[in-house]
Design a protein around this ligand. Structure first.
Ligand code: MG
Length: 317
């Protein structure tokens, strides 16, 4: 097992769920801070319809501003072939697709049945691979659905095998509403492994809605998973999943893995400073526990939180 890989989603999953639209300049500044902190996998935007998700309307423009010479894999979310065309036109080479293990959630989220989504994504993935893109495929509501309740783990296994067969490089298991619990996480991972899915092609995307994000990440780590999604300060949620708030906070994951001796290659202080920056840009306190601890600790020691000044100067610039 290699080192832990953190896949940062605040620029997409986080900002997409904010009521306001963050400026392209602020997004680019946040991206630069993530690069400087050592992140190698960043989901920076989404090629969904700007009519439905105006927060992501500048994804093409933002991509042009991102540093391409720092060894960062810049991932964009692509909903369908139209989104893939835009992504390829922009020059993006890492895409993420999404669909749900729950029929009702999938219908509410993308207005397609699971079968229709899979058929559409097979084409998207094949085209993306032919264009030498890397493909990550999210499966949502793996541990439960806000509409249907329990989701049969076999549905996740079947979808994961189908998406890998279609050419996906990795599968990201999404706990869309944060209902998953540690033993359930281990059960699903065990079933995937039994079905022949290699551990290094599975990533985990947790939500802290019910306070289980870090416990779930630890359970997944014990089961052999080394790829985890995090979002600065726990920003984000899902607009089509009632009650879903708070992605797993990147700072909480980094702190926990560092304490376990796991090397992520990412600087925790610099990550917290990026978290402070985005709090300043959004003008609100984020839920991430370690981020709030970091700020209180800085204040107690009388030191300046470096992100704060930079956010102010960048805001007035
Ligand atoms: Mg999320």
């Amino acid at each position: 097992m290699g080192a832990v890989r953190i896949y940062e989603v605040s620029l997409r999953d986080g900002l997409q769920n904010e009521a306001g639209v963050v400026s392209t300049e602020h997004k680019a500044e946040l991206a630069r801070r993530l690069v400087d902190a050592g992140f190698k996998d960043v989901e920076f935007g989404s090629f969904v319809s700007p009519r439905y998700v105006p927060q992501m309307a500048d994804t093409d423009e933002l991509f042009q501003l991102l540093p391409k010479d720092r060894g960062v894999r810049w991932w964009a979310l692509v909903p369908n072939s139209r989104g893939l065309d835009r992504s390829l036109d922009a020059g993006v080479s890492h895409i993420a697709t999404f669909m749900s293990a729950s029929e009702t959630h999938n219908l509410k989220n993308v207005n397609r049945t699971v079968r229709e989504s899979l058929a559409g994504l097979r084409k998207v993935i094949a085209t993306a691979r032919a264009e030498e893109n890397r493909v990550r495929s999210y499966i949502s509501t793996v541990y439960g659905c806000p509409y249907e309740g329990d989701v049969d783990p076999q549905k996740t296994v079947d979808l994961a095998l189908a998406l890998l067969d279609a050419g996906a490089d990795e599968i990201a298991l999404g706990d869309t509403t944060g209902v998953g619990t540690p033993l359930q996480v281990q059960d699903v991972i065990g079933r995937l492994v039994d079905a022949g899915v290699p551990l290094d092609r599975i990533a985990c995307h947790f939500h802290d809605t019910q306070g289980t994000a870090v416990a779930n990440a630890f359970a997944a780590w014990q089961a052999g998973i080394r790829q985890f999604d995090g979002s600065l300060g726990g920003i984000g949620g899902c607009p089509y999943a009632p009650g879903a708030t708070g992605n797993a906070a990147t700072e909480d994951l980094l702190h926990t893995f560092a304490a376990m001796g796991e090397d992520t290659g990412i600087d925790l202080d610099a990550t917290c400073e990026a978290g402070v920056f985005i709090e300043e840009v959004l003008g609100k306190r984020l839920p991430g526990r370690f981020l709030q601890f970091y700020k209180a600790d800085c204040e107690r020691r009388g030191c300046l939180v470096p992100g704060e000044d930079a956010a102010k100067s960048s805001r007035t610039a």
